[in-house]
Design a protein around this ligand. Structure first.
Ligand code: 6PG
Length: 261
């Protein structure tokens, strides 16, 4: 078998996309409960894009609507597109519509990235929100309990694109970049904050992601943004549907290996 990142990594592949969503919701639930028991609160940074939307919707159903400690949950975002919150491409706007408005979350527990035509003017604002929240947790830097990530077909994660020359460490927790689809200015957490999380969950679906997923696990020499996700002390889990995993080489075979008769 080719080297697939490191031993701590946990890759799960689902033939039924609904099962993948269920696994993500369970993962979120367990992480929330253990953070709540540990510290009384649960800090999350959500990704945008289309893949998490089924998970958003699952949050609004039993058992998750009842059993996730929503009142202790603080929602942040890993990235945001500089479009109005009611625009269909707004990461916060989509999550708000999908699930936030349907849950009993205290309004001051929801921390959307601010938007502006000149994103640099609002970076300091989000950094302050992060500082204020994490200082209450006795942290001088953000350490999220849970970060949800997706991946773009070009290997981007959050709004960290291959063409952006950001370093792995930076004094700025939040940075701005133009790119993606739609190609607009965006605000994003940097690599260091993502890698400091206690838990990172990748949710990846669709055949369109198959070749970047292959390179993600088998070709780290490409140095795509996704290759730079290496949690410092945290745990990383990849949930993939069968289509997204279809080019991964398991023991020289394509997924899924044929069943023995
Ligand atoms: C964004 C994202 C981005 C996303 C991937 C996957 O706001 O664009 O946070 O990093 O996770 O592009 O997006 P899809 O789920 O739409 O494929």
């Amino acid at each position: 078998m080719k080297k697939m990142t490191d031993q701590k990594n946990n890759i799960r592949i689902f033939s039924d996309p609904q099962q993948m969503v269920e696994a993500a919701a369970e993962h979120f639930y367990h992480s929330a409960v253990s953070a709540h028991r540990r510290s009384g609160c649960f800090s999350v940074a959500l990704s945008g894009g289309s893949t998490p939307r089924a998970l958003h919707r699952r949050f609004c159903e039993k058992p998750y609507i009842l059993n996730i400690p929503w009142k202790s949950t603080h929602l942040f975002w890993v990235d945001e597109r500089m479009v109005p919150y009611d625009h269909p491409e707004s990461n916060y706007g989509v999550a708000k519509k999908d699930f936030i408005d349907k849950l009993s979350l205290p309004p001051d527990h929801v921390h959307p990235m601010p938007i502006s035509e000149n994103p640099d003017t609002v970076v300091a604002h989000y950094q302050l929100q992060l500082k204020t929240y994490f200082e209450k947790q006795n942290r001088s830097e953000p350490v999220f309990d849970f970060i949800l990530l997706g991946i773009g077909t070009d290997g981007h994660i959050a709004s960290l694109f291959p063409e952006n020359p950001f370093s792995d460490t930076s004094n700025q927790w939040v940075i701005t970049a133009k790119g993606g689809d739609p190609r607009v200015w965006r605000m994003t957490l940097n690599y260091e904050i993502l890698n400091s999380a206690k838990e990172i969950l990748f949710l990846i679906s669709g055949v369109g992601k198959a070749s970047v997923v292959k390179s993600m696990f088998e070709n780290s020499s490409k140095k795509l943004p996704v290759h730079r996700i290496r949690p410092l002390n945290g745990k990383i889990t990849y949930l993939l549907d069968r289509d997204a995993a279809s080019h991964i080489n398991f023991s020289g075979k394509r997924y899924p290996p044929k069943k023995r008769k």
